[in-house]
Design a protein around this ligand. Structure first.
Ligand code: 1PR
Length: 527
């Protein structure tokens, strides 16, 4: 029996799903005694170091965990489950970790985007059965701003490069812990779980460190815009410049969970669901959408993002739900990240009025509990042309794509409610403030390019990527594989998202990856 330590934050669902996929049962520990009695313990940590240690203390788990670790029983820590083993973290000064491994946890000190999000490689430093059946070139999914620094180099199992070489997993006896997420790392991650659950003799396959630096892959994201059609069925749809109706009917391009599974099999590095009418309906009443997430997360082992309607609500019974509660329900159903759209614009407008952080906004609250990496801001900007920069107070760029009256300048206006309403905020201000409030990633759409197949808006993406240091997911307009190459070589985007070309099967995910494979760093699985 596998025991899972769930201290209440983040997505343990995906770890349960990965273990069950391998035909094993999981018992979720509900007390310190169950931790002590466990035979094999998996500890997936999500969120922030301080809040994790606080909850472990409150639940009385700290001593039980220390005893378990000292007994050298099989243990697999994941992400914060690795960091917890150390003495302390720069993320939460003054708060003690479990102190099982001498050393500390430090923030990345690099010019690259932080968090380090995406698929990166590992260099295996010592023999282990954990990577049996792997070739050593696989990539694993990382998402973190802090990394461990053990005092004793002997504990290092693998390292990874991201600006600097950092420790990406450790092993001491039967205690193993990884910074990367095996449960989100496709077939390679499932192999790691299998090797932990059924350890065989070490086969040596993936233990050679070639000395080559590992490289973070550019991510290809498949996006599924989901809503109920006029018959009430939840369907994947797709708009042209956000208009999803054709001859009066909502376009129906397939079933959400089925399409997500297909894209995973084809090698998509992430799947994003956008509940595009979530802004007007209470999303927790949308049980089919939660069910889509549950089904998908049982079969798709790459990160899942869900957006649409993440804000506070008062339901029909007068009960008020905070955005954090809405997000929590999505995380419980299998989401790894949530994306906030309309509410982010409202939050930023409020912030600009007062210049004060309140700690109460959806962005602050969700990132506090689940970590910055779990909060994506989905922006729906539209170009507004002007003849000269001083004509408006918003951030203006010079554009090579003149407006209808040959205007040479434009700004990018944020919209809400699926592009239906423009707001007095420009995209650069929105992205900057959201980063400050704790967002971990920007999903940058473009209403002008959406569904046009005309390519990504390079000017927009460059303007945003140069303003912030968190990763940007370029979105809208992909019409062919070359557009992905263009966005990766001409902008600092870390990921590129497309919808229409995948749904219409014009260019499958695998074809995009094949085209990119000798041109930019990508994850090869599924191609
Ligand atoms: O405002 O927090 O409730 O979130 C609503 C979410 O739904 C937002 O993320 C918003 O972008 C999205 N949304 C709302 N209405 C529409 C619509 O199309 N009518 N879809 C919509 C936005 C944009 C992209 C699309 C890319 C790629 N979809 O994500 O997938 O443009 O398309 P392409 O490759 O075919 O060009 P809230």
């Amino acid at each position: 029996m596998i025991t899972l330590l769930d201290y209440g934050a983040g997505n343990v669902r995906s770890v349960v799903n990965a273990i069950e996929k391998l035909g094993r049962q999981v018992h979720v520990a509900g007390s310190a005694d169950e931790i002590r009695r466990a035979e094999k313990l998996v500890f997936p940590g999500v969120g922030s170091f301080g809040s994790m240690m606080q909850v472990l203390q409150e639940k009385g788990y700290v001593d039980a965990l220390r005893e378990y670790l000292r007994a050298d029983k099989p243990f697999l820590g994941i992400c914060l489950g690795l960091q917890a083993l150390f003495e302390k973290s720069e993320e939460a000064p003054g708060i003690a970790g479990l102190g099982f491994i001498p050393g500390m946890v430090k923030r990345f000190d690099t010019d690259l985007s932080v968090p380090h999000i995406g698929w990166n490689g590992i260099r295996v430093k010592k023999p282990t059965a954990l990577f049996n059946d792997l070739a050593g070139e696989e990539k694993f999914y990382f998402v973190h701003s802090y990394h461990v620094v053990p005092r004793d180099p002997e504990v290092v199992l693998t390292t990874t490069d991201y600006g600097t070489e950092f420790v990406s997993s450790i092993r001491i006896g039967n205690i193993t812990a990884t910074q990367f997420h095996p449960e989100k790392s496709g077939a390679a991650g499932l192999a790691v779980f299998r090797n932990f659950l059924e350890p065989g003799p070490e086969s040596g396959a993936a233990r050679i460190d070639t000395g080559n630096k590992t490289r973070l892959a550019k991510r290809i994201v498949a996006c599924l815009d989901v809503r109920a059609n006029d018959a009430g069925d939840l369907v994947v749809t797709k708009g042209d410049q956000y208009d999803v109706r054709e001859n009066g009917q909502v376009r129906n391009l397939g079933k959400p969970a089925e399409l997500a599974r297909d894209y995973y099999a084809q090698g998509a590095d992430e799947i994003t669901f956008l509940n595009i009418t979530g802004f007007r309906d209470f999303p927790l009443a949308d049980l089919p959408m939660l069910e889509v997430l549950r089904q998908t997360s049982r079969q798709v082992f790459v990160p899942l993002t869900i957006g649409g309607g993440i804000r506070s609500y008062t339901d029909a019974n007068g009960r008020t739900w905070s955005a954090l509660e809405v997000a929590a329900e999505y995380f419980r159903s299998g989401a790894d990240k949530i994306s906030v759209g309309s509410d982010a614009v409202a939050i930023v407008e409020q912030y600009l009025k007062t210049g004060q952080k309140t700690g109460q906004s959806a962005i602050e609250q969700i990132s506090e509990v689940y970590g910055n990496q779990a909060v994506v801001i989905s922006i729906d900007p539209r170009r507004v042309y002007v003849t000269r920069p001083g004509e408006t107070a918003f951030h203006v760029i010079h554009t090579e794509e003149p407006g209808p009256k040959n205007e040479k300048y434009c700004w990018f206006q944020c919209t809400v409610k699926g592009g239906r309403e423009g707001r007095p905020v420009d995209v650069l201000t929105l992205a900057r403030v959201c980063e400050e409030l704790g967002a971990g990633e920007i999903l940058l759409n473009s209403i002008d390019r959406d569904g046009t197949n005309a390519g990504f808006d390079i000017e927009l993406i460059n303007a945003v990527a140069e303003t912030i240091s968190i990763p940007v997911i370029a979105s809208s307009g992909a019409g062919c594989a070359a557009h992905f190459l263009e966005v990766f070589t001409r902008t600092g985007a870390e990921a590129a998202l497309a919808a229409g070309i995948f749904h219409r099967r014009e260019v499958p995910v695998g074809a995009v990856k094949k085209y990119l494979s000798d041109k930019v760093e990508i994850r090869r699985e599924g191609t």
